[in-house]
Design a protein around this ligand. Structure first.
Ligand code: HEC
Length: 163
């Protein structure tokens, strides 16, 4: 009797431990959500800010929160498998459509160049305008600060690649 209840408690504890890291990640994301200093950052960037100015105030944490919108199709962890879209680890600063494990559309492959902030900004605003015929079914972010935050996040997940 004592034995079996002891076992139950141990099992329960093990289960709780398994979910614990995920819960921590969620609460960290929520904390970032309630306090990403959006208006202060927008003011610091000034009126009609250039991409450079926005990048100077961009928040990788806020971008990480926005990345939830990408997770239906993309993973971000190093070496994580492709989803409907390619894994996004280290895409920042990499040539466009360069993941050999992923079958890109001709529309994307024919673009050329690398994913620098300017190209990513245009892509995240409207993928289908940058590469008509792309299979990335994402409407885009209207807010330039969202795009800058996302670029900062992708950069932070690039294995310290600079550009
Ligand atoms: C509905 C699925 C879907 C969503 C949501 C989505 N993507 Fe994609 N993404 C794709 C697909 C599919 C491709 C490959 C496009 C092609 O080959 O035309 C792609 C390609 C890309 C590329 C270029 C890949 C490369 O290796 O050159 C980037 C960068 C990218 N996505 C970023 C994002 C970000 C950031 C988000 C979230 C804001 C996002 N995507 C949301 C499906 C999606």
């Amino acid at each position: 009797m004592a034995d079996s209840s002891g076992l139950t408690i141990r099992n329960r504890r093990r289960k709780r431990l398994r979910y614990h890291p995920a819960l921590l990640a969620v609460s960290a994301a929520l904390a970032a959500c309630s306090n990403d200093d959006r208006e202060a950052r927008r003011n610091a960037a000034g009126p009609q800010p250039s991409l450079e100015r926005l990048m100077a105030v961009a928040s990788p944490a806020a971008g990480g929160r926005l990345f939830r919108q990408c997770m239906a199709c993309h993973t971000i962890g190093q070496g994580a498998p492709n989803g409907a879209g390619p894994n996004r680890y280290a895409v920042f600063g990499r040539p466009i459509a360069a993941d050999p494990t992923y079958g890109y559309t001709h529309a994307l492959k024919s673009l050329g160049g690398i994913w620098d902030p300017k190209r990513l900004d245009a892509w995240l605003a409207a993928p289908s305008k940058v590469a008509p015929g792309t299979k990335m079914a994402f409407a885009g972010f209207d807010d330039p600060l969202d795009r800058a935050d996302m670029i900062a996040y992708l950069k932070s997940q690039s294995g310290a690649r600079d550009q």
